[in-house]
Design a binder for this molecule. Structure first.
Ligand SMILES: Cc1cc2nc3c(=O)[nH]c(=O)nc-3n(C[C@H](O)[C@H](O)[C@H](O)COP(=O)(O)OP(=O)(O)OC[C@H]3O[C@@H](n4cnc5c(N)ncnc54)[C@H](O)[C@@H]3O)c2cc1C
Length: 153
């Protein structure tokens, strides 16, 4: 909701449930587009760690762990738009978007595996699906949307 009269919302109090990227993005746009002051936006989190599925932890000596690999694809337009409003922690003159672009250029991703168990790569290429089920999925990507309109999955 973008508004021209941000004064209308300067006394609003907002409580967001969950500190995942959905909650954080809501907070950014509530402040930027709607005019709710940051101090009136409260994010309630049930876990001890903030960030939801995007959490990460560690330090440079022991290494960093995130819950999963992150694909920051160029076509994630809303995501990059969001990050263009967030100043970098290291240099507040540049945004996290620009910092990430620059980082991605310097360190090109070379992921060798999606899932590990006891330090070994798991072969999950079949996703537990039979050959027929895999073929059905591939077929699905070629059919028109209208031909699926009255189908249930
Ligand atoms: C391993 C892994 C890899 C992924 N890789 C990618 C990727 O490469 N690219 C991509 O685009 N996406 C990826 N995703 C998906 C993406 O991370 C999630 O879709 C996205 O982070 C979800 O954000 P969210 O804010 O909707 O929910 P969440 O991040 O799940 O946040 C919800 C938050 O709400 C809190 N909460 C829930 N109920 C309550 C309550 N009652 N009270 C208070 N707090 C509550 C939870 O504790 C949590 O912190 C990946 C996800 C995982 C797990």
């Amino acid at each position: 909701m973008k508004t021209d009269n941000k004064q209308n919302y300067k006394d609003s109090k907002v409580y967001l449930i969950g500190s995942g990227i959905a909650g954080l993005a809501s907070a950014v746009y509530l402040e930027k587009d709607v005019g709710v002051p940051g101090e009136n936006i409260h994010i309630l989190e049930k876990d001890l760690i903030a960030g939801g599925a995007t959490d990460g932890a560690g330090d440079k000596d022991k290494g960093f762990v995130v819950r999963g690999g992150r694909m920051h694809e160029m076509h994630y337009e809303c995501y990059w738009e969001l990050l263009s409003h967030i100043p970098s922690l290291e240099d507040s003159n540049i945004s996290v978007r620009d910092e990430s672009y620059e980082f991605n250029q310097r360190f090109v991703s070379n992921a060798q595996a999606r899932l590990l168990k006891e330090g070994k790569k798991l072969d999950v290429s079949s996703y537990g699906l039979s050959f027929k089920q895999q073929a059905d999925f591939i077929k699905l990507t070629y059919v028109s949307e209208s031909s699926l309109a009255d189908k249930r999955m």
